[in-house]
Design a protein around this ligand. Structure first.
Ligand code: 5GP
Length: 133
């Protein structure tokens, strides 16, 4: 059975798209730590990121780098943090989180509850910056 993130990448389940190419897809985390919290996934199903072959994980990180640059342009921050947990969804995903301090990358923090219109606005801003790269 397809994972929820495969369904998202295929458009079967809606998401707030931030960036994409043939191999990878980036969209807003539905329960963001901060505005701009984005997930980057491979379109193909692989559970554990460190099971990926070197060349694939290389392309994955290069794509994530571009998404991180787009996030930083859209949401000025000190740095964009990267985290891999994967304890909830068994489809590899990189969290990219714009940080004003180390506290922003604490997954135990309360998550933001944003209206759909604001989520769309955030995704559109990141998408627009990604197109410029
Ligand atoms: P992890 O597997 O890294 O521990 O956590 C999974 C992350 O995916 C969480 O931050 C959660 O908010 C996010 N997430 C889970 N289900 C969905 C979903 O259906 N859509 C989106 N956009 N994010 C999701």
């Amino acid at each position: 059975m397809a994972t929820i993130f495969t369904k998202i990448a295929q458009g079967e389940i809606p998401s707030y798209k931030c960036a994409e190419n043939d191999e990878f897809y980036a969209f807003l985390d539905i329960n963001p730590l901060v505005k701009g919290h984005t997930l980057v996934i491979p379109r193909r199903e692989v559970d554990y990121i460190f099971d990926m072959e070197d060349d694939e994980i290389g392309r994955y990180q290069i794509f994530a780098k571009k998404v991180a640059r787009a996030i930083k342009a859209a949401f000025p921050c000190i740095k964009v943090g990267e985290a891999v947990l994967g304890l909830e969804v068994n489809h590899a995903h990189i969290h990219l989180v714009p940080m004003q301090s180390e506290k922003d990358l604490n997954f135990a923090n309360a998550k933001l509850k944003l209206e759909p219109a604001e989520m769309q606005e955030i995704a559109d801003k990141i998408y627009a910056e990604f197109q410029k790269l």
